[in-house]
Design a protein around this ligand. Structure first.
Ligand SMILES: [Mn+2]
Length: 285
């Protein structure tokens, strides 16, 4: 039995299948974990979701995934609180008669997946440096519960964008909406920090060295406390395609290698520590 964590699919269905074949993925024996951004921008969102729904139906315990910023955007559009942008290529999902099942699947996804047995965690953008594992888990559970309630879900989805608040202070922890927004942003959009506390969500395309010239550093330079436990948890994330799978920090594994931008789709076997990739066939104009 092997566990494979796949980087951001973004609806790149053909590459997804090719990479599953490359690792000889067997849904009856192996586990699949996805770093989020399952759809958005890429060519075959409906085929991707159809495959995942089918996998979930036939082998419910073999599939785990976390929500990414594009998945949340899709939910906001599907529930009518955001306008769809054509470039996000959400129409095939919105027009599909599978839409109710797709939404049900998405509402079953957390922001954080923890595998205690194999000592690894997965979230879309990473772990906020000031949070320990328990705090991160608690906040993921809080958002999961809110998303199950139709009114809280609408409040959450219609208020999730914005770069403030940019730090998880003791005062923020006592608030509702600003804290919820911070949790969503940290789990799904975080890239850089000013000092390990304040976040900077911009600079999406800049390299780590360019950022450090502006005194900004990737979140993983400020490792969360739980990585120093006697048996450290590996932190696996996607989202930041400009890193191209390189972060050079022990136990932190970056998997977004920009398939939707014409680069590669990458997965990671949690037992062997090996990475596997296939070339993208997405053509960028
Ligand atoms: Mn993303």
């Amino acid at each position: 039995m092997s566990t494979y964590v796949f980087g951001d699919l973004h609806g790149c269905f053909d590459e997804f299948i090719k990479l599953l074949e490359k690792v000889n993925f067997n849904p009856k024996l192996d586990n699949l974990v996805l770093t989020g951004d399952l759809i958005g921008r890429g060519p075959k969102p409906l085929e991707t979701l159809e495959y995942l729904l089918n996998l979930k139906k036939t082998n419910p315990n073999s599939l785990h995934a976390v929500l990414g910023n594009h998945d949340l955007n899709f939910l906001a559009v599907a529930y009518g609180v955001h306008k769809a942008k054509h470039r996000d290529r959400l129409e095939p999902l919105l027009q599909s008669n599978l839409l109710p099942q797709i939404l049900e699947f998405y509402l079953s996804l957390p922001l954080l997946y923890v595998n205690h047995e194999q000592k690894f965690i997965v979230s879309h953008a990473g772990i906020y440096p000031k949070w320990g594992l328990n705090q991160a888990h608690e906040y993921s559970n809080l958002i999961f519960k809110l998303m199950q309630d139709p009114i809280d879900r609408m409040i959450l989805l219609s208020n999730m964008y914005g770069d403030k608040p940019d730090a998880c202070t003791e005062d923020l922890k006592k608030s509702d909406l600003p804290l919820w927004r911070f949790i969503l942003s940290a789990f799904t959009r975080m890239r850089l920090t000013k000092d390990g506390i304040n976040l900077d969500y911009g600079h999406s395309n800049c390299s780590v060295s360019q950022a450090s010239e502006e005194s900004l550093y990737p979140w993983f330079k400020f490792c969360p406390q739980f990585l120093y436990n006697s048996i450290p948890y590996r932190v696996i994330f996607g989202h930041w395609a400009a890193l191209n799978g390189q972060c050079n920090v022990k136990n932190i594994i970056a998997l977004d290698t920009g398939c939707v931008w014409g680069n590669e789709l990458t997965c990671y076997c949690t037992q062997s520590g090996e990475k596997f990739s296939v070339k993208s066939k997405v053509h960028i104009d």
